[in-house]
Design a protein around this ligand. Structure first.
Ligand code: C5P
Length: 477
């Protein structure tokens, strides 16, 4: 990795120089980002860094790639330079066709489209240096490296880079721990005393939340029947003979002995097995590195980096992206209260969505794909998070790709997820969704493990059949 990392740092330095030049020329910068946790983290980091540099800028978040093309029509004219964050690599040609020879910076980790960019464009993407963008570094990690190249003082954003990477599930490879470039960013945060890493059960709030409440708020992995159900979690914990209080004080996960922890772990697995779930898939998701952000107040939803990512997703996926960007940039106070409320509502909503989407009648099984039909019941902005939740809940057989979709007007939003072993066997969802969506009049793209698309509703059946066929041919069957 070290050569690739050095090359990445050199591209980061050129990107930062380009932005610095724009700032010196008093350019108006327009930041355009997607609306998930990684994108909002990336945007927050850039907003905070540009603020500190006294730059003139605007920031916008979009739900869909097409939305950003529409917004470009509306807002790009007055901007001197457009900085795309967590989107753009797969659509360089379309961007060029829209904005032409204006200054453009793309900071993205999705599979890049091959296209010769003009001199006034800078395109930063880890794939160019041989680093896989789904696991080595996310958009927030890239934005962090750029911000640090602008000023060393921007190390304060290392926790936000970690939040973004966890939001994008980049901890899936080596026992739920961030690796590669992400791990270097974690190290920087640890050295500066901003991040504390502990190997433990991955329950949200291990050091500050009562055990049953930590279990109920855990959403990565999503624990069907437990996530969002504090009452059930309380019964489970007490039925295992684990004391929930020490005198007047609630005990937290960090207080438990090793023996109590293994009791709890086995109890969770038995509970899931009793619900007919393939608990062994979830079991390996339950233990790993816990990232605690030491500068965040205890009892807030920002203290645990995975929960922070959920809070940002809650903001982005309910039309409140600006709240998430401001929180990621460092704003707290009343805005944090608003964001925490959004997270509470979002958690409840997602638990309801999971119930709807995982009813047997909502699921269609194809040869290589399990399709979760959201129809009009699910908010299309939440399909992506639902797909990630379902894939982390162990419900998908190891040999199948998951596809979830929901309708919005005469279009459908599709999200696809593959497990690592399918990717090792040659599956590249980003490529498949891009090709097949294009062929049916839509747009798609992403990573090998996770990709999305938006297409005309009338083309859905044809799209699903073709995707299933393409998965089959990539698997050689
Ligand atoms: O939409 P969803 O989150 O399911 O997509 C998975 C990944 O694919 C995300 O990182 C998203 O940014 C990317 N994507 C893309 N082009 C699309 C849709 C999604 O690059 N048209």
């Amino acid at each position: 990795m070290s050569d690739a990392y050095e090359r990445l740092l050199s591209s980061v330095a050129s990107t930062a120089e380009f932005i610095e030049e724009c700032i010196k020329e008093d350019n108006l910068l327009l930041l355009v980002c997607h609306n998930d946790a990684d994108a909002l983290s990336a945007c927050g980091i850039m907003v905070g860094s540009l603020w500190r540099s006294d730059a003139r800028f605007l920031a916008r978040s979009v739900n869909r790639v097409d939305e950003f093309f529409q917004q470009l029509d509306e807002g790009s004219a007055e901007a001197d330079c457009i900085i795309f964050l967590d989107l753009g690599s797969g659509y360089v040609k379309e961007i060029y066709n829209k904005v032409g020879e204006k200054k453009v910076v793309i900071i993205d980790h999705h599979q890049p489209q091959s296209f010769d960019i003009p001199k006034c464009y800078v395109h930063l993407n880890p794939h160019f240096e041989g680093l896989e963008g789904a696991t080595h570094i996310s958009a927030s990690g890239l934005a962090y490296l750029v911000s640090k190249a602008l000023s060393e003082d921007n190390y304060v954003y290392s926790p936000i880079a970690v939040v973004g990477a966890l939001g994008d599930l980049q901890d899936k490879d080596s026992q739920r721990r961030l690796g590669s470039v992400n791990a270097k960013i974690v190290e920087e945060g640890v050295e500066k005393g901003l991040i504390q890493v502990t190997e433990d059960l991955i329950l949200f709030g291990r050091s500050f939340r009562p055990i049953h409440a930590a279990l109920a708020s855990t959403s990565s992995p999503f624990l069907p029947g437990l996530t969002g159900r504090e009452d059930v979690c309380y019964s489970l914990v007490t039925s295992l003979g684990i004391k929930v209080k020490d005198g007047d004080r609630w005990r937290v996960l960090a207080d438990l002995t090793e023996e109590e922890k293994s009791k709890l772990y086995n109890g969770i697995i038995s509970f899931l097995t009793s619900k007919g779930l393939p608990a062994s898939n979830i079991a390996k998701e339950l233990i790993g590195a816990v990232y605690e952000l030491t500068e965040e107040d205890r009892w807030t939803y920002l203290r645990d980096a995975r929960e922070f990512a959920w809070l940002l997703n809650a903001c982005g996926k309910t039309g409140n992206a600006w709240v998430g960007i401001a929180i990621a940039a460092g704003v707290r106070g009343n805005l944090l209260e608003e964001a925490q409320k959004l997270l509470e509502d979002y958690r409840t909503q997602m638990a309801k969505n999971m119930e709807l989407l995982t009813r047997p009648e909502a699921i269609t099984s194809m040869e290589h794909t399990l399709v979760f039909n959201g129809g009009d019941l699910i908010d299309e902005r939440q399909v992506s998070s639902l797909a990630s939740l379902i894939s982390s809940s162990g419900m998908i057989p190891q040999d199948k790709v998951l596809i979830a979709w929901a309708r919005h007007g005469d279009r459908v939003k599709v999200s696809a997820r593959a497990n690592r072993s399918l990717v090792e066997r040659g599956i590249n969802l980003g490529g498949i969704l891009s090709d097949v969506a294009n062929a049916v009049g839509g747009r798609g793209g992403g990573h090998n493990v996770a990709a999305g698309a938006d297409l005309p509703a009338t083309a859905l059946e044809q799209f699903l059949k073709e995707v299933d066929k393409r998965i089959g041919s990539q698997l050689g069957s």
